[in-house]
Write a protein that binds this ligand. Structure first.
Ligand code: HEM
Length: 498
């Protein structure tokens, strides 16, 4: 429906397309960045494209990010954009199946489970899981030190779920990963795809399996909580403990079912984001032996013992690993796992002329009913903001006078706001937002950094790596999270230097 607008207001330009309802779905779906950069050339930072009947208005660049990620609650809604995808997977009553104010409080509860103390206790557990995985599952050990070719994405997906369950999710989940839980996770994950996003209700077996798995997984967590209440088993402190006893501002406590659904949401939110990020980082390291050796030297300098062994990395150490940190940052710049962030437009959004305007007399508005989309990856790879934007160059983060640090620094000083889960730098106008910005900003960033840094450190210390494909892997955008095609590498046990 075209809206009648006064003369001084216009709708953003619509991207040319041949097939009315289908719109630009094929091009956008195949390579969103190519599509978005090309549209920017033609239409500027603000335009609308048609995606299977939906009108998606894209706002690009730092100012565009601010318009959607910093949008007022009365104007933009994440719940209305995502609930059809997430509620059947996470379950009812949490995240996007509740008012935004409740989500903000749930994020605060999650933060209480991610204290510095908790994060400090994780690296040794993560390292122990890595040791087990590489020696037992992949079968690389001193007695079998030959090169082992692996599908890195598959290996990282396994390692991420193993380490997340050992730390955040709790012993019971970790123990069940060898059995029923793994199958439930697979079925649930099969319901978290672009197809589910576009078509919430299809009579397909995968949708049915998703629903069965959701119920079973939710029941599984409830059983854990009930057994713990009976004092059946000793366990390390974890997120379930932190969530138990949490109360909303109005005094209503989280139910066991709420806790179960938050735990599922955390599992899903961290799984593909972190496994894709570790995979991309390691692929770049395998592709650049010099960089890989720089990281190895850094590990030896900071953590090496005289006998050739290494001490565990700690939470405090993470920021002092300058090279490792810069590799993770650069990986997230070029391979932000989430390429598009949507919000439903709940009331007309006036577009500031500084972002885009049709003429001096007129401004653009984004009408109610559209979706507004941020693509932080576009600003992250914009040649107008970053030097050699398409080149993977972690050293850009080491050079303090460099464009990268300066650009991000400029925005990180931005207004501090408290959305209910602790004051955060709003950062909605930053050119670097792999973890999003504003009220929906990621609460898992510190945890992800601990997990990624510990896993990559373990690999660097113990193995050399070779890329087992002729050229650097291309990107697969057909999944929810940006992943590499053919991510094959081989690991060889390092010879002890001493
Ligand atoms: C939100 C990225 C890991 C939990 C987000 C958002 C992004 C993001 C871009 C904003 C989404 C939006 O605005 O719609 C990442 C990346 C990760 C990562 C790149 C790893 C490299 C994790 C982990 C957890 C987690 C490990 C849990 C332990 C969450 C939660 C939200 C969120 C609860 C809030 C959703 C909301 O408020 O709407 N993440 N994430 N994430 N993430 Fe992460």
């Amino acid at each position: 429906q075209q809206v009648a607008l006064p003369r001084n207001k216009s709708l953003p330009p619509i991207v040319f397309h041949y097939i009315p309802w289908f719109g630009s779905a094929a091009y956008y779906g195949e390579d969103p960045y190519k599509f978005l950069f090309e549209c920017r050339e033609k239409y500027g930072d603000l335009f609308t494209f048609i995606l299977m009947g939906r009108r998606i208005t894209v706002a690009l660049g730092p100012k565009g990010n601010n318009l959607s990620l910093g949008g007022k609650i009365s104007q933009v809604s994440a719940e209305d954009a995502y609930t059809h995808l997430t509620t059947p997977v996470f379950g009812k009553g949490v995240v996007y199946d509740c008012p935004n104010d409740m989500l903000m409080q749930q994020k605060k509860f999650i933060k209480t489970g991610l204290t510095t103390e908790a994060l400090q206790s994780y690296p040794p557990m993560i390292r122990a899981e890595c040791e087990d995985y590489f020696t037992k599952t992949l079968g690389i050990s001193a007695s079998k030190p030959t090169a082992k070719k692996v599908d890195l994405l598959h290996a990282m997906a396994e390692l991420i779920i193993l380490t997340a369950s050992r730390t955040l999710q709790g012993n019971e989940v970790r123990e069940s990963l060898n059995g029923s839980f793994a199958k439930l996770f697979e079925d649930l994950d099969g319901g978290f795809t672009p197809l589910n996003f576009m078509f919430p209700n299809l009579p397909l077996p995968s949708y049915k399996r998703r629903d069965v798995a959701q119920k079973a997984m939710s029941d599984f967590y409830i059983k854990i909580i009930e057994n713990r209440r009976k004092g059946e088993k000793d366990h390390e402190p974890d997120m379930i403990d932190s969530l138990q006893g949490c109360k909303y501002k109005n005094g209503v406590p989280l139910t066991d079912r709420d806790i179960a659904h938050i735990m599922i949401a955390l599992l899903m939110a961290g799984q593909h984001t972190s496994s894709a990020t570790s995979t991309w980082a390691l692929l770049h390291l395998a592709h650049s032996p010099e960089l890989y050796e720089t990281l190895y030297e850094e590990q030896k300098t900071l953590f090496g013992n005289p006998d050739g062994t290494f001490r565990d990395i700690t939470y405090q150490d993470i920021k002092s690993c300058k090279h490792l940190d810069s590799v993770i940052r650069e990986t997230l710049r070029m391979h932000a796992p989430i390429h598009s962030i949507y919000r439903k437009v709940m009331s007309e959004i006036p577009v500031p002329p500084s972002l885009s305007a049709p003429s001096e007399q007129s401004t653009y508005v984004i009408p109610k009913g559209h979706f507004i989309m941020a693509a932080p990856g576009v600003a992250q790879m914009d040649p107008l903001i970053w030097q050699d934007a398409k080149v993977f160059n972690p050293t850009r983060w080491l050079d303090e006078a460099g464009v990268a640090a300066a650009a991000v620094e400029q925005y990180s000083k931005s207004e501090q706001v408290d959305y209910g889960f602790g004051a955060v730098s709003k950062g909605t106008e930053s050119p670097y937002q792999p973890f999003g910005a504003g009220r929906h900003r990621c609460v898992g960033e510190q945890f992800a950094y601990v997990q990624l840094s510990t896993i990559i450190s373990y690999i660097v210390r113990n193995f050399t790596m070779n890329l087992e494909v002729p050229e650097f892997p291309k990107t697969n955008y057909r999944t929810m999270i940006v992943q590499p095609f053919d991510p094959y590498v081989s690991f060889t046990l390092r010879k002890q230097d001493v």
